[in-house]
Design a binder for this molecule. Sequence first.
Ligand SMILES: NC(=O)c1ccc[n+]([C@@H]2O[C@H](COP(=O)([O-])OP(=O)(O)OC[C@H]3O[C@@H](n4cnc5c(N)ncnc54)[C@H](OP(=O)(O)O)[C@@H]3O)[C@@H](O)[C@H]2O)c1
Length: 245
Amino acid sequence: MSQDNTGLKDKVAIITGASSGIGEAIARELSAAGARLVVTARRADRLTALCASLPRPAVALAADITAPETAQALLDLARATYGRADILINNAGMLISGSLDTINLDAVALMTRTNYDAVVRSSYVFARAFKHQASGAIINISSVGAYLSHSSMGVYTGLKQALEVFTTALRVELRGTGVRVGSMAPGTTETEIFDGLRAAGQPVRADQTAPLKPADVASAVRYMLEQPQHANIARMLLVSAAESA
Ligand SMILES: NC(=O)c1ccc[n+]([C@@H]2O[C@H](COP(=O)([O-])OP(=O)(O)OC[C@H]3O[C@@H](n4cnc5c(N)ncnc54)[C@H](OP(=O)(O)O)[C@@H]3O)[C@@H](O)[C@H]2O)c1
């Protein structure tokens, strides 16, 4: 049976990378809109504090999103806790940059597993479940970087471009099934993702322009999810008014 996706009250949303930044803000926004949540990241203390502060039911799974079993564990937890799953937000991610002669290739491989491989796995696990129930929504958090290529950011931006292409393919594959798929590409947003660059003394875009706040991105994600069932915002690019790109 197809569900009306308009309105988030009592919908069950799974949010990856919810221990900080954009993911935490999406958790707060969707909870305020009435959704029940499963939140995940590696930092259990952050997730516990988040769940305790939300107005609606929320449970946490402290897990590494690159572990092959995590996606199914998230679906299982949603079903065991709430009896269903309705929304997947693939948000967990990391940022490694560096020029050809300095970049750490092991760290790049971890970024590939986190920012792309894990999204593909989670998308397929949840898409299968959503297709079976003929309803559901998947939003992949991409980046303005998908449309740009900064020197030293070739791998990060390349992965986000790949994520955009994958998301489009999955959306088309699932057309007519009741499952909506879309991508949100935020511009520079002030979060902890830049902490590593700052610690290494590398330039940080968020320091050069007035960045978005995580709550700005969360509000736009909510807007995407609140469209009527027949309408799918397939791709959204949200940048700060001061963004240079
Ligand atoms: N900030 C920006 O300017 C910007 C712009 C465009 C797109 N984005 C994208 O937005 C998403 C969220 O980033 P953010 O800016 O909010 O950064 P953030 O504050 O650093 O958040 C990243 C989240 O991902 C989680 N995470 C990272 N690696 C993980 C792993 N292996 N397993 C499980 N969870 C993992 C982190 O949790 P734990 O460390 O607790 O595991 C954290 O909750 C990313 O996909 C990023 O590429 C950010």
